[in-house]
Design a protein around this ligand. Structure first.
Ligand SMILES: Nc1ncnc2c1ncn2[C@@H]1O[C@H](COP(=O)(O)OP(=O)(O)O)[C@@H](O)[C@H]1O
Ligand SMILES: [Mg+2]
Length: 509
């Protein structure tokens, strides 16, 4: 006796349809699962057997073979418990009905109750693409699945409830579709709380307007962390497509909850410097997305940058360049996107006061050099804007004057982004930070004095080719903030200024 049922699986952000076949033959009682199952899938045997019995059905005393097709892709996790159980009931004649147009996913407990699984959003998106009519899945995953427009999602609490529904005894209500609403960052962190710091705020606004990376350097307590944490409040709201992509990554990482089925606020991830390279970029034997992918379409904040070990900084290089991470394993190769704004903050030396106008630094030259030298050169090169954050003066801190709220800044950022989007329509590029080399030349039209200025800066400051490109991109953004098609000398001058700290700190003497 044979039965086949549809289920799904995922590899990175890619999903695929899995056919769960069950054959029940006479012979020695046995229960085999084939088709590249991992340990969690193999353990389905015990859960499925108990769940079937505890739901009041008979577990066939026969030779049972389960095949998960296609057999060449690894099947991961306990999500095949439910389709295996239903297929066994069908093959053993304990359940009737046509199930071809449905897909099933879910982990079973021994009692027959369903537990939530990870990766539901990418799988249900695939189910829709494939043309399935409905998906049956654990009730706790229903909110997340209902984000997929036009798919019937049935939240199921237990095997008993599912069989009751399929036999027509007691119908389960389909989940209500989820209406997406782009949410702006929580208002609790607002730039209006930061007194003074006009220059730092200006630089963060430019960074936000072009999605550029930024480094904040300055003594302890000057407000670097405070400023960085407020960056999401001036970023444009996520589009539905961006929210879906970011949510898929969070879904795979098991971080989506029924209360928060879709990530609609740009993520702000701030991993501690003790994070492992795999924790940062993703990995493990069952590869999971890392911090840089969890921050996709948002901000990755590395506070106290020199505290991060070299090896950890180095693994960031390629993902920063490609906006995606590729993880290779013996049986598979998968990619996670990681289009992020990298924000880093650091003290300039061990005591924190090197270069400070107000306090004497107690570190030796050599100690300062060693400390700054911990920041990997190539990573530093990828930080488009470098700014010095000095403590605000007492008068500023106690001034009663109102500081500009994040919303006002965000409106200007959105305007600059719209200006870019119009220019890049149809090119696949969404903002200046993602400009390709060929497009860079085309859109960075400079006035004569602007190009003279850039040439001078390049020669006098000994800029690298990468720094040159990045200055051009940043000046493009500064021009976009004024809705200027042409890059003018003032735009170049400002962009160059954001690359001048290299000399104060890294190229001393
Ligand atoms: N410009 C400012 N306006 C208001 N409060 C500030 C400002 N700068 C610093 N602070 C206060 O000082 C605290 C320490 O700032 P923090 O961002 O942690 O400094 P850093 O990261 O540079 O060491 C902040 O939490 C805030 O309370
Ligand atoms: Mg700090």
């Amino acid at each position: 006796m044979y039965a086949a049922l549809n289920s799904l699986g995922f590899l990175g952000l890619d999903s695929f349809v899995v056919s769960v076949e069950v054959d029940i033959a006479n012979g020695m009682p046995n229960f085999d699962i084939v088709g590249l199952p991992d340990a969690a899938v193999r353990e389905a045997k015990d859960r499925v057997r108990s769940a079937i019995k505890n739901t009041g059905f008979a577990f066939p005393v026969s030779h049972i073979t389960v095949n998960l097709a296609p057999a060449d892709i690894k099947k991961v996790g306990p999500l095949y418990d439910l389709p295996i159980a239903v297929a066994i009931l069908k093959a053993s004649g304990q359940m009737a009905g046509e199930l071809d147009r449905f897909a099933f996913i879910g982990e079973l407990s021994l009692s027959g109750a369903l537990h939530p699984v990870t990766g539901v959003l990418p799988m249900v998106s695939k189910a829709k693409e494939h043309g399935f009519e409905a998906v049956f899945l654990p009730a706790q995953n229903a909110a997340e699945a209902s984000v997929v427009d036009g798919m019937s999602v049935y939240p199921v609490e237990s095997l008993e409830q599912l069989t009751g529904h399929l036999s027509g005894a007691k119908r389960v209500e389909a989940a209500a579709p989820y209406r997406f609403e782009a949410v702006r960052a929580p208002l609790s962190l607002d730039f209006s709380e930061v007194k003074g710091q006009a220059q730092a705020k200006r630089a963060l606004e430019i960074a936000a307007a072009g999605a550029h990376n930024i480094l904040l350097i300055g003594p302890p307590g000057s407000g670097k962390s405070m400023l960085a944490k407020r960056l999401p409040s001036i970023l444009p709201p996520m589009t539905f497509e961006e929210a879906m992509e970011t949510t898929k990554i969070h879904s795979i990482a098991g971080m989506v909850t029924p209360e928060r089925p879709i990530v609609s606020v740009r993520p702000f991830r701030s991993p501690h410097h003790t994070v492992s390279p795999a924790g940062l970029t993703g990995g493990g034997s069952n590869p999971k997305p890392g911090e840089v992918s969890l921050a996709h379409n948002g901000v990755l904040f590395l506070d106290e940058l020199p505290e991060f070990p070299r090896a950890t900084m180095e693994v960031l290089r390629q993902p920063m360049e490609d906006a995606r991470v590729t993880i290779s394993r013996a049986q598979c190769r998968l990619t996670y996107p990681c289009s992020v704004m990298l924000v880093a903050a650091m003290n300039p030396c061990p005591c924190g006061y090197y270069g400070s106008p107000t306090r004497r630094c107690g570190c030796s030259e050599a100690a300062v050099g060693r400390y700054l030298g911990r920041v990997s050169g190539p990573l530093l090169d990828r930080l488009d804007l470098h700014i010095e954050v000095l403590p605000v003066e007492f008068d500023h801190l106690t001034a009663k004057g109102k500081e500009e709220p994040s919303e006002a800044i965000r409106k200007r950022v959105e305007r600059a982004r719209t200006f870019q989007l119009e220019r890049y329509r149809g090119s696949g590029v969404s903002c200046n930070a993602r400009l390709t080399p060929s497009l860079l030349e085309k859109v960075c039209v400079m006035s004569d004095d602007a190009s003279r200025l850039l040439k001078n800066a390049f020669q006098n400051l000994g800029l690298s080719a990468r720094a040159y490109d990045r200055i051009l991109k940043v000046s493009r953004t500064i021009a976009d903030m004024e809705q200027s098609g042409q890059i003018k000398a003032a735009h170049i001058a400002e962009a160059v200024r954001y690359r001048s700290l290299d000399r104060k700190y890294w190229s001393r003497g």
